[in-house]
Ligand binder design. Structure first.
Ligand code: C5P
Length: 226
């Protein structure tokens, strides 16, 4: 047993727009635990591959890119979102777009790319605890996590939330296009053969449709405190 396996992990998986990012951040802050935004790793590799002009379906080239890309999270000093540095470049803004989400989803279906990111994710498991946000946190990366949650919401509400989020960041999108893009991404994430988006058998399923952030945070915290 590795020493880190005694460190508690709360996994929060779910489709895009289910509120995972916001909820994970709030819960991690409340518990005083570390946070792993695993989606940012896939986005960062997709971004680095794009910057190198690689073909996103070239498994060998993208795997090498995943192995070589340096990804660093840097807490913001002004209370805003954590910054993500990709090979030394602050790519926070570029990584937020739905284009970056789609590129992430494309490269995330390559098994060797997922394998290349495993150790980096496991290294986040440090005392006093970890909140891990993604698609396969409870099923593949931290199957032994004592606390697992799967968040979802209706497709319309998820599109609406992402729309609001992107608008607030000043990104130009239309709701109809976004809904189509999100549905395509979720379908690909759920149907891939390796680590598909699905709830772990022992996850607590929470449908957040119509729920406010505070109520969802309280429900998730109750899972850890029960
Ligand atoms: O969560 P986020 O929207 O940032 O994730 C972007 C994409 O990265 C997802 O659509 C999914 O394809 C991929 N991903 C994944 N496994 C994770 C986290 C994200 O395959 N654990």
């Amino acid at each position: 047993m590795s020493p880190s396996s005694s460190v508690p992990v709360l996994t929060i998986d779910g489709p895009s727009g289910s509120g995972k990012g916001t909820i994970s951040r709030r819960v991690a802050e409340t518990l005083g635990w570390r946070l792993l935004d695993s989606g940012a790793l896939y986005r960062a590799v997709g971004y680095a591959a794009g910057a190198e002009g690689l073909d996103l379906s070239d498994a060998e080239a993208i795997t090498r890119c995943a192995e070589e890309t340096r990804i660093r999270f840097q807490a913001a000093t002004d209370g805003s979102d954590t910054h993500v540095l990709v090979n030394g470049h602050d790519a926070t803004d570029e990584l937020r777009t739905e284009t970056a989400g789609a590129a992430a989803s494309a490269i995330a279906s390559i098994p060797s790319v997922r394998q290349a990111l495993v150790d980096m994710q496991l290294a986040f498991r440090k005392a006093p605890g970890l909140v891990a946000d993604g698609r396969d946190m409870g099923t593949v990366i931290f199957p032994d996590a004592p606390f697992k949650v799967f968040l979802t919401a209706s497709a319309a509400e998820r599109a609406q939330r992402r729309y609001k989020q992107l608008k607030e960041k000043g990104l130009g999108v239309t709701l109809a296009t976004l809904q189509r893009e999100i549905e395509a991404r979720d379908a690909r994430d759920a149907s891939r053969t390796v680590a598909p988006l699905k709830p772990a058998a022992d996850a607590v399923f929470i449908d957040t449709t119509g729920m406010g952030i505070d109520d969802v945070v309280a429900k998730v915290l109750a899972v850890v405190r029960s």
